[in-house]
Design a protein around this ligand. Structure first.
Ligand code: PBG
Length: 334
């Protein structure tokens, strides 16, 4: 039946009707808030103690351990499900040994947050790029290419050290082949069979990570990441990556970035039964903040629309720097 019998506007006539038939909802319990924790005391330039603003990500700071615990408490109070920890070590080396150091910055932050706010989930990013002096996500061969297989053991060791510190979820973002299987095996062997793996399955070599690399000081010293991260032109390959991670024992899958990759969030959701996370990355955040600061966009409406669209695309979980603002706005709405 078509017009005039069918009138789509009938169910849009009031807030009550719109609410009754709304297909998608977004809530703080679906959010993961990324935190940047620094080992060196942050240079607070007139800001709050233990916090160093990140110029390219207004509203996001590099945090001391103490400030990270405060931030975790704020997130938990807002109903946010989890934080995702990124570490900025005081020193870097060729192998990224700070990544699996028992007293490394992520390990210390994990222990401190789990002790202060046990109900908040701690997810850790498992990668070497913040810890290697060359800034690549694995160890290098003599010719400067990243050596997949010898990076696996280091990544697995890193994941175990996070689990030992109390991480609830480990999230490998390095894009080495076989890393989910290697991490699963090492976790199981070390007594962490119950720690889930959130795999950055379809992680693209994206320009949208620019602000993050400033924040985490993790830009590659030479070359780029196209030899291991995915080509933004490839969608079927993203599904293939996801299915391989399922085979290797992933518990959750991720698509990253999010906004330009909604088709792949949907494709991965349809292709598997696993929960899917979307990473609303630093560049996506920076664009909204810049446009809002210039008065070009209404920040609140834009952010809530973006988060809703990611849910609609199929994301069960959203990793976003907007998490605290969005949780606050959502609480005001109800
Ligand atoms: C580490 C990592 C990166 C991001 C998450 N984990 C950077 C990169 O791959 O270069 C990006 C997150 C963001 O942009 O918000 N490999």
């Amino acid at each position: 039946m078509a017009f005039p019998q069918t009138r789509m506007r009938r169910l849009r006539a009031s807030a009550g009707l719109r609410g009754l038939v709304r297909e998608t909802d977004v809530r703080a319990g679906q959010f993961v808030l990324p935190l940047f924790v620094t080992e060196a005391e942050p240079e607070s330039s007139g800001g709050r103690l233990g916090r160093e603003p990140i110029a390219t990500m207004p509203g996001v700071d590099r945090l001391s351990l103490v400030a990270a615990v405060d931030e975790a408490k704020e997130a938990a109070a807002l109903g946010i499900a989890a934080v995702m920890l990124f570490g900025l070590p005081a020193e870097k080396d060729a192998h990224g040994s700070g990544a699996w150091d028992r007293e490394g910055v992520v390990q210390l932050a994990t222990r401190a947050i789990k002790q202060a706010v046990p109900e908040l989930l701690v997810t850790t990013d498992v990668c070497l790029c913040e810890y290697t002096d060359h800034g690549h996500c694995g160890v290098l061969r003599e010719d400067g290419t990243v050596d997949n297989d010898s990076s696996l053991e280091l990544l697995a060791q890193t994941a175990v050290s996070h689990a030992r510190a109390g991480a609830d979820i480990v999230a490998p973002s390095d894009m080495m082949d076989g890393r989910v299987g290697a991490i699963r095996e090492e976790l199981d062997g070390e007594g962490f069979a119950e720690v889930p793996i959130l795999a950055y399955s379809a992680k693209f070599a994206s320009a949208f990570y620019g602000p993050f690399r400033d924040a985490a000081d993790s830009a590659p010293a030479f070359g780029d990441r196209r030899g291991y991260q995915m080509d933004p032109a490839n969608g079927r390959e993203a599904v293939r990556e996801a299915l391989l991670d399922v085979q290797e024992g992933a518990d959750m899958l991720m698509v990253k970035p999010a906004l330009a990759y909604g088709d792949l969030i949907s494709a991965v959701k349809r292709a598997t039964d696993l929960p899917v996370a979307a990473y609303n990355v630093s560049g996506e955040y920076a664009m909204v903040k810049a446009a809002a600061a210039a008065g070009y966009l209404d920040e609140r409406a834009t952010v809530l629309e973006i988060l809703t669209s990611l849910r609609r695309a199929g994301a069960d979980t959203i990793i976003t720097y907007h998490a605290k603002d969005a949780a606050t706005w959502l609480a005001e709405q109800t």
